[in-house]
Design a binder for this molecule. Structure first.
Ligand SMILES: Nc1nc2c(c(=O)[nH]1)N[C@H]1C(S)=C(S)[C@@H](COP(=O)(O)OP(=O)(O)OC[C@H]3O[C@@H](n4cnc5c(=O)[nH]c(N)nc54)[C@H](O)[C@@H]3O)O[C@H]1N2
Ligand SMILES: Nc1nc2c(c(=O)[nH]1)N[C@H]1C(S)=C(S)[C@@H](COP(=O)(O)OP(=O)(O)OC[C@H]3O[C@@H](n4cnc5c(=O)[nH]c(N)nc54)[C@H](O)[C@@H]3O)O[C@H]1N2
Ligand code: SF4
Ligand SMILES: [Mo]
Length: 724
């Protein structure tokens, strides 16, 4: 379509409505005011989209404006409380920089720019392009990238059109290795929300998992309950995290060596016969092979790898053995670190199996869905659909879609539909993503904000925020089966539209006029009638739920696992067949080049990736990220606390923006740490633009997990410069 797709920087005048946003104003109202009686006040229950946990929220509206958001008392994911991000959701609704109308890329006098378009024009163009590209390359050349709850209707649309290529950065850039490792070991994944009984744990080991900074609401509530109930906690993290502050033991591990530590724990537990013998005998296979496979992992050798003393290694293993059935080695969530991630997650799965904590208080639990029957949508077959080259990838890794878009092998990918994911910041190897984008004939971005990815699209569609729209029902597995509803709290602002409406209008343009029911309310009501409820009930209550399901096993219960052997696989036949280690083996990660620090990153309680950086409320709490550098290393490098520097990685790539130095004793001397999600460069983002730096800019090396294609991003190293 365009010879070379330029990232479009556009004058702010184009976003036109800053003045309009001004008139919406900043309803900064204190909680005390909120309690005052007001005639035009209402409370609308819905669920949050500031991250992907889906807490039930009550949106408080006065004079037609949302002024406060609180946690739904009755919602099992909120229990009346929210994380800081959830309470600041109206900062997104009233963000003056929001996308306000559909935009179409055009070239005028050789210069590319976006122009404002009507919905009809934008959707007609998209339908025309889909028809052309399908004609030329088949439906298999189109892909949808998505993250977030609102993508569901687009997925149905594409399946009906014959496009079955879907990819999500929450797989190969996040929890894919955990999923595959637990499937290999137990025959099923860990779930999201995770099926873990953290609140009843007596002994908890966190490997990285930085609960308290990683702010999934109920996960943090459960962790807090465990802390107050006296749970003994060990945190393994090169950085003294918030969770480490609650722990009896902090093990500041050398980054990338966790698999060595896990193997040593397995070895001690086996040698000292600390495992649950009855459980292991009845429910697992491969014990002897496991024993042989970890023989090398002596505490002494492991101490040399990890920097953790042999005594501490043994002490934790003994503690795990003591509390076994009620102890938990947390499987983590974002596990794409070093490329050995499936095997590291396998080691965690195996260790838990030895403890016999399956369906036990404080261990792994079984969760259920409420179970609202779906409504069937027609699907059209496609000739080919994307398949990963990695043998155990059960979802298409986004990085592989990028590769195929560049190589056009085995067939060309020419069309991306990007819903709610900022690929420039979330896939490693930015240069590859940008190169792939140049190979596209067409790209649509559906977003709420002008994030970096939208600057490369041909058409930008402004979705209404979660506070202005319905979505499908939230009915997924949890310990308390529930159904939650998202409903509009206020009407859509500007010329934005809810995803379901965009999908319906686009379906009409794409020759599928009868695909979706006339209106979303009928659809939701039809679904809810099937369980004897109704839309009006859900709209009023926000959530309905069943009593907590049977989460623990009864004594004597015979367990069956969906693995090839029907048992928990301590040694995996499937991995062996595919040429991988049946029992996880350890290979040390690359060492730091001299003068360089390993770059680590994570979360901050008041932000979600890059999606909240422009939120004025949350930006006030944390306007920028900082680079954590060990005090002694920093002094050696003559760095001053509070000064701004640039980061330069091992490939000479420099951060696009500068970052503030935080000298601290809370991190090992060989690593540095930053919160992911800052360093936005899109000029339209007035709050976030230029604040802090982006780790994503510096992830030029990825260690790909050979088992499932996950992108280990923690093998990058940085040094510092003051030069802009
Ligand atoms: N370097 C680096 N890369 C990472 C990570 C990291 O820590 N560092 N973390 C990894 C992890 S764990 C994950 S899960 C992925 C996440 O990666 P992404 O899914 O890309 O995460 P976000 O940055 O939240 O991007 C979300 C996009 O959705 C938009 N959005 C927000 N709300 C809505 C909405 O209601 N509708 C629509 N249509 N759009 C919306 C936002 O404006 C933003 O552009 O990234 C992974 N990649
Ligand atoms: N506030 C907030 N909460 C979030 C999110 C958010 O954006 N904001 N995102 C959510 C999502 S999608 C996900 S996937 C989770 C991610 O959260 P987690 O599953 O907790 O995963 P990470 O972000 O990788 O964990 C980062 C921690 O791991 C440590 N670490 C780094 N390298 C190593 C290592 O080699 N060994 C060990 N033992 N530790 C290491 C870092 O120092 C840091 O403390 O958070 C979720 N919760
Ligand atoms: S954890 Fe926080 S941001 Fe995520 S859904 Fe819940 S309240 Fe919203
Ligand atoms: Mo994630």
């Amino acid at each position: 379509m365009f010879k070379r797709r330029q990232f479009i920087k556009i004058s702010s005048g184009f976003l036109a409505s800053s003045a309009m946003a001004g008139s919406v104003g900043w309803p900064l109202i204190s909680g005390k005011d909120a309690l005052a009686h007001h005639p035009a006040e209402k409370v609308v229950p819905t669920f949050c989209e500031l991250c992907f946990w889906r807490c039930g929220v009550d949106a408080h509206v006065r004079d037609g404006k949302v002024y406060k958001i609180t946690g739904q008392e009755n919602h099992p994911l909120s229990n009346g409380r929210l994380c800081p991000r959830g309470t600041g959701g109206h900062g997104l609704l009233y963000d003056p920089d929001r996308l306000k109308h559909p935009l179409i890329r055009e070239t005028v006098d050789g210069v590319q720019r976006f122009r404002k378009a009507s919905w009809d024009e934008a959707l007609t163009l998209i339908a025309k392009k889909y028809a052309e590209i399908t004609e030329k390359y088949g439906t298999e050349s189109s892909v949808m990238f998505s993250h977030g709850f609102g993508a569901s209707f687009f997925k149905k649309l594409f399946q009906a059109y014959g496009i079955h290529n879907f990819t999500h950065p929450s797989y190969a850039q996040c929890r894919g290795p955990r999923l595959e490792a637990f499937k290999l070991t137990y025959g099923h994944g860990v779930g999201s929300p995770e099926g873990l009984d953290v609140k009843n744990s007596k002994y908890l080991v966190l490997i990285g998992t930085h609960l308290g900074e990683n702010m999934h609401n109920t996960a943090v509530q459960d962790f807090a309950d465990a802390v107050s109930a006296g749970c003994r906690i060990t945190v393994v993290d090169p950085r003294f995290s918030v969770a480490a502050g609650k722990a009896e033991r902090w093990l500041p591990i050398k980054p990338g060596t966790d698999l060595a530590l896990l193997r040593a724990w397995i070895r001690v537990i086996l040698k000292e016969e600390l495992f649950d013998k009855k459980f292991v005998e009845e429910n697992t296979i491969g014990l002897e092979e496991l024993r042989d496979g970890v023989e090398e992992a002596t505490p002494e050798r492991t101490a040399a790898y990890t920097g953790i003393s042999a005594e501490e290694i043994v002490a934790v293993a003994r503690d795990l053995g003591r509390y076994k059935n009620n102890a938990l080695v947390h499987p983590g969530r974002h596990v794409t670190w070093y490329g050995d991630d499936t095997q590291r997650s396998r080691a965690i799965a195996i260790l838990n199996a030895l403890l016999g904590n399956y369906q036990m208080p404080g261990g792994f639990i079984t969760q259920k869905k409420y179970g609202v029957p779906g409504i069937k949508f027609p699907q059209k077959k496609s000739v080919r659909k994307l398949h990963s080259k990695y043998p155990l990838a059960h979802s298409m890794p986004s990085n592989e879609v990028v590769e195929q878009t560049i190589s056009a092998k085995p067939w060309p990918i020419k069309n991306w539909f990007v819903y709610g994911t900022n690929l420039i910041h979330s896939l490693g190897d930015q240069q590859a993503t940008l190169k792939a984008i140049q190979n596209l004939d067409f790209m649509v971005a559906v977003d709420v904000l002008p994030m970096e990815i939208t600057g490369y699209a041909d058409v930008i569609l402004p979705e209404s925020t979660y506070l202005e729209r319905y979505d499908d029902l939230d009915d997924r597995t949890y310990r308390v089966p529930y159904v939650g509803i998202r409903q509009p709290v206020v009407p859509p602002m500007y010329d934005s539209k809810p995803g379901h409406e965009i999908a319906k209008l686009l379906a009409e343009k794409m020759g599928l006029p009868d695909l979706f029911p006339d209106d979303i309310e009928t659809y939701l009501d039809q679904r809810l009638q099937k369980i004897g409820s109704s839309l009006s009930e859900l709209k009023e209550k926000g959530v309905i739920k069943k009593p907590e399901s049977e989460i623990y096993r009864k004594p004597g219960k015979i367990l069956k696992f969906k693995t090839p052997s029907g048992k928990i696989e301590l040694a995996s036949e499937k991995l062996r067949e595919l040429g991988f280690d049946a029992v996880p083996q350890y290979t040390p990660p690359p060492e730091n080049p001299p003068g360089y620090f390993r770059l680590l990153f994570g979360r901050a309680p008041m932000h979600t990736f890059g999606r909240t950086a422009n939120n004025r409320f949350l930006g006030e709490l944390m306007p920028e990220n900082e680079i954590w550098i060990n005090e002694i290393s920093g002094r050696d490098m003559k760095l001053k606390h509070g000064e701004y520097i640039y980061l330069v990685n091992q490939d000479g790539v420099k951060s696009k923006t500068s970052i503030k130095v935080r000298l601290t004793q809370r991190i090992r001397p060989d690593a540095v740490y930053m919160v992911h999600g800052f360093g936005h460069t899109h000029p339209w983002l007035k709050q976030a633009g230029g604040r802090g730096a982006s780790d994503a800019d510096l992830v030029t090396q990825q260690s790909i997990d050979p088992i499932m294609g996950g992108t280990g991003m923690n093998n990058n190293f940085v040094t510092f410069t003051r030069k802009a």
